[in-house]
Design a protein around this ligand. Structure first.
Ligand code: CP3
Length: 360
C-alpha cells in the first residue's frame, strides 16, 4: 500500500546531508558517532513549566491541531533540554478522533464509541488520513523550519495492537478483556479492525515522512499484555505490514513496554532500532536481539525522582552496558512522568553527553 498524497519528498541538499550526519541518525544506522545521542519519550509535556503555561490556553486536542503552537512546544523542549532529536507534538490516539476521542485532564484518553462490533469499524475504514490528520504533517513542516537542519525530527504512531486495544477498550485497561475476547472469539472482526488500523498507520506515517520526519517511532505501549504465542499469531503480521510499507530510507524505531519476553518477535516484525523498557538489562537484550539492529533506552523514568548523583550513576551503568558499540540511542524506558523535576531531566541529558564523550 503506498501513500499518494500531494506532499512531495524534497531533493536532498548539502544541509540534508549534514542532518543525516547528526549522532541520532548515525546511531539509527549503527554508525559510530562522536557521543551517544539522547532524546526522551514525552520530552514535551506537563513536567515543563512552559508547556503548562501553553496548556492554560488550549485543550490538549486543540493544541495538537494548532500546528504553529504544537511546533513551538517541541522546539521549546529541545532548546530547554539540549537533546539530539525532536519528536513531533501529537498523540498515538489521534487516528481515533472520529470514534469520539477526548482527553480529560489527568484522566487519560477516552473513546466515546468503542469498537465492539463489525459496524463499529466503519468510521476507521472511512478515515482519510490527510483530511483528518493533515495538521500533523503541517506541525512537522513547521518544526523542521524552526529547528533548521540541525536537529532530526521524529514522527510517530501507535502500533496496530495498542491503537486497536484503545479503540476496543475505550480507555485505559487492566486486563484487556474486551480486546482479547474479540481477538480470541471474533477472528473476522479482529482481522478487519487490525487491517483498518494498519492502513491508517501506514498512511499516517508516510504522510509524516513526506512532511520531513527524519525517523519514525512505532509505540506498542500495551504489547506487554500478550503472551509470545498470541503476539505472533494476532499482532506480529500487522506490525510487520506497517513497517514494511513505510518509505524506505527512513529509520524506524520499534518500541514496546513490558516487552522483555517479546523482543525477538518484535525485532522479527521489523525496525532499524528496537526500543527497550527498563525491565531488561540493555546488554542482555541487545545480545538476544543480535548486533545487526540498533537499540534505544532504557532508564527507568522514575529514576528522575532521585538526585543528580544517582542519575549519573545510572547513566554510567547504562553506557557501560552499551559498551560504546555504535547503534545505541539513549532514552528512558518509557515516557517522562508529569511531576518529574526539570533540573533532573537536564542533568540526565548532560550526563549522557559528558560521559559518552569521555568514553565510559
Ligand atoms: O514529547 C513527546 O513525546 C510529545 C508527543 C507525544 C504525546 N503522546 C503527547 C501527549 C507522544 C510521543 C505520545 C505518545 C503516546 N500517547 C503514547 C505512547 C507512549 C506511552 O506513554 O506509552 C500513548 C500510550 C499515548 C496515549 C496518551 N496520550 C495517554 C495515555 C495520555 C494521558 C496520559 C497523561 O500523561 O496524561 C495522553 C495525553 C498526552 N499525550 C499528553 C501529552 C503531552 C498529556 C496531555 C496534557 O494533559 O497536557
Amino acid at each position: 500500500m503506498r501513500h499518494t498524497g500531494d506532499l512531495r519528498r524534497r531533493t536532498p541538499t548539502v544541509a540534508d546531508r549534514a542532518l543525516s550526519d547528526r549522532p541520532f541518525l548515525q546511531a539509527c544506522r549503527r554508525e559510530p558517532s562522536a557521543y551517544t545521542p539522547v532524546w526522551l519519550m514525552r520530552q514535551a509535556g506537563r513536567y515543563l513549566p512552559e508547556y503548562r503555561r501553553i496548556r492554560e490556553r488550549f485543550s490538549f486536542l486543540d493544541l495538537c491541531r494548532d500546528s504553529a503552537t504544537a511546533a513551538e512546544v517541541t522546539v521549546g523542549a529541545v532548546a530547554t533540554l539540549g537533546v539530539d532529536a525532536a519528536i513531533v507534538f501529537a498523540d498515538i490516539l489521534l487516528p481515533l478522533v472520529d470514534s469520539g476521542l477526548t482527553y480529560e485532564n489527568g484522566d487519560g484518553p477516552r473513546i466515546a464509541r468503542p469498537v465492539r462490533r463489525i459496524e463499529d469499524i466503519e468510521s476507521l475504514k472511512g478515515l482519510n488520513v490527510e483530511d483528518a490528520l493533515g495538521f500533523v504533517a503541517k506541525t512537522i513542516l513547521l518544526t523542521r523550519r524552526e529547528l533548521g537542519k540541525t536537529v532530526p525530527v521524529i514522527g510517530f504512531a501507535g502500533a496496530p495492537f495498542t491503537v486497536a486495544a484503545y479503540a476496543v477498550e475505550g480507555g485505559a485497561s487492566r486486563n484487556y478483556v474486551a480486546t482479547k475476547s474479540l481477538m480470541y472469539n471474533e477472528p473476522v472482526i479482529w482481522h478487519e479492525l487490525m487491517e483498518s488500523v494498519v492502513r491508517i498507520t501506514i498512511d499516517y506515517l508516510n504522510m509524516q515522512i513526506d512532511a520531513g520526519a527524519d525517523a519514525v517511532q512505532l509505540f506498542d505501549s500495551w504489547v506487554g499484555a500478550l503472551s509470545p504465542e498470541d503476539y505472533r499469531k494476532y499482532v506480529q503480521p500487522y506490525s510487520a505490514k506497517v513497517i514494511e510499507s513505510l518509505r524506505s530510507g527512513t529509520p524506524v524505531i520499534h518500541f514496546g513496554t513490558m516487552s522483555g519476553s517479546l523482543l525477538t518477535d518484535m525485532r522479527e516484525a521489523g525496525g532499524d532500532v528496537i526500543g527497550l523498557d527498563w525491565r531488561v538489562n540493555l546488554d542482555e537484550a541487545w545480545a538476544r536481539l543480535g548486533t545487526d539492529v540498533a537499540v534505544q533506552g532504557n532508564l527507568d523514568p522514575t529514576l528522575l525522582f532521585s538526585d543528580r548523583r544517582t542519575i549519573r550513576q545510572a547513566v554510567t551503568a547504562t553506557l557501560r552496558r552499551a559498551a560504546g558499540r555504535p547503534g545505541h540511542i539513549f532514552n528512558l524506558g518509557h515516557g517522562i512522568l508529569p511531576q518529574t523535576p526539570l533540573d533532573n531531566v537536564r542533568a540526565l541529558v548532560d550526563a549522557v553527553h559528558e560521559m559518552s564523550t569521555a568514553g565510559c
